[in-house]
Design a binder for this molecule. Structure first.
Ligand SMILES: Cc1cc2nc3c(=O)[nH]c(=O)nc-3n(C[C@H](O)[C@H](O)[C@H](O)COP(=O)(O)OP(=O)(O)OC[C@H]3O[C@@H](n4cnc5c(N)ncnc54)[C@H](O)[C@@H]3O)c2cc1C
Length: 375
């Protein structure tokens, strides 16, 4: 009899893990305090990126994930659209040169384009205000809500027990082990507890006296009415990965945009420091993001905006995920902090099952929850 797995959180990481554990024959319970995908997984752009996955382990997880998504196709709104990182100036362009070379050494047909060449991949992108783009033809997009619900539905069909409106409020421990979690629906016992609560994994771990090397910020997005196809792939600003980001700054504004299958354009990136439960959309966040977007897509100035939202999303200061058993609590495994989690979730979930079943590690323990990190 396999040990019972209790997954804490109902986002994409938990969804992918629930399905993989069921496929491997483990009894699975999922505990979500609200609705499924009510955290960051229901709030994002659905961008699938490679530009920020230049280490072989990371690139391999993304490739495995994208080929799984390609097979699921319409069920999750997947499209291999290609994607661009917009390089604003010479410094960003030069910073992208080694990134492009590394991607090519990993077999990616990545290209650096400048001037009018950029119109070949994004015809409406205003080339006069940028230095160039890094184009990755294998990047793509999906519908993040549909994807998360798809994985949960499959897990449920395979027998996963999914409990909504069940908030984990504490842990019952005895003899150095966790016997159950306390929840708003009473205690729920299990053998292995997986902390997959995204931005909330830190506060959850804190309840056991564990200080996880994870932070969070609030990210904002807004969406337009549907318009005819005009943006091919996900667009992201080069500042996201080329410049050093000072996470102590209250607000970062960058370029971000994706056109969905129904024609709506989702525009982002304002990231701001906030309270963990904040879903506030700020006027400066909205205005500055809109200004940045319009500087790059001036012909879309008449877009009608219909809705804006925000959610906190996790990050780690070293950019690496948190993947491993807790040193002090041998039945607690942390599975969180993966950047742009949609690009790797199903493949990472398979690594999680291997770690639990075979004791296999990912990258020789580099992602240990106990690694020293300056927050
Ligand atoms: C505006 C925005 C744009 C983004 N754009 C992209 C993008 O284009 N591509 C991409 O890959 N990523 C993007 N991201 C990041 C991406 O959304 C996250 O990496 C991903 O959703 C994290 O998934 P998760 O399962 O770890 O966490 P979440 O989806 O946040 O799930 C955690 C869940 O745990 C639940 N929970 C918390 N505490 C408890 C508790 N005590 N008990 C029970 N349940 C609890 C929460 O309610 C939540 O549902 C974006 C994020 C935002 C906010």
């Amino acid at each position: 009899m396999r040990p019972r797995i209790v997954l804490l959180g109902g986002g994409i990481m938990s969804a992918a893990a629930a399905l993989e554990f069921r496929r491997a024959g483990y009894p699975v319970t999922v505990l979500e305090r609200n609705e499924l995908a009510s955290g960051a997984s229901g709030a994002n752009l659905g961008q699938l990126s490679l530009f920020d996955r230049t280490e072989p382990w990371h690139h391999a997880l993304a490739c495995e994930t994208f080929s799984e998504y390609a097979q699921l196709g319409d069920a999750i709104g997947y499209q291999r659209s290609g994607g661009v990182v917009v390089l604003q100036d010479e410094a960003q362009y030069q910073g992208a040169v080694p990134v492009c070379q590394t991607l090519r050494s990993l077999g990616e047909p990545a290209e650096l384009l400048s001037g009018k060449e950029t119109r070949r991949v994004e015809p409406l992108l205003e080339d006069s205000v940028i230095r160039g783009v890094l184009y990755c033809p294998n990047e793509g997009k999906l519908d993040p809500l549909r994807t998360t619900l798809y994985y949960f539905r499959q897990a449920q069909k395979c027998g996963a027990d999914i409990r909504l409106h069940t908030e984990v409020t504490g842990f019952q421990t005895a003899g150095g082990r966790i016997s159950a979690v306390q929840t708003t629906s009473g205690p729920i016992s299990g053998d292995i507890f997986i902390n997959a609560a995204g931005a909330w994994s830190g506060p959850l771990a804190q309840q056991l006296g564990i200080s996880l090397p994870i932070g969070f910020h609030r990210a904002t997005a807004f969406v337009s009415q549907p318009v005819p196809p005009c943006i091919r792939g996900p667009i992201v600003g080069g500042e996201l990965f080329l410049a050093h980001r000072d996470m102590s700054l209250h607000r970062h504004i960058g370029l971000g945009g994706v056109q969905t299958a129904n024609g709506s354009i989702i525009i982002a990136q304002a990231t701001e420091t906030s309270d963990i439960e904040s879903r506030d959309v700020t006027l400066p966040g909205l205005c500055l993001t809109a200004r940045t977007f319009l500087d790059h897509f001036p012909t879309l100035a008449d877009l009608q905006i219909v809705r804006a939202w925000a959610s906190v999303t996790p990050y780690t200061t070293d950019g690496l995920p948190i993947f491993g058993f807790s040193r002090d609590w041998p039945d607690l495994f942390h599975f969180t902090g993966f950047k742009g989690a949609f690009s790797i979730a199903p493949a990472a979930a398979r690594k999680l099952v291997q770690a639990i079943r075979d004791g296999a590690d990912l990258e020789g323990g580099s992602f240990s929850p106990d690694r020293p990190i300056h927050m």
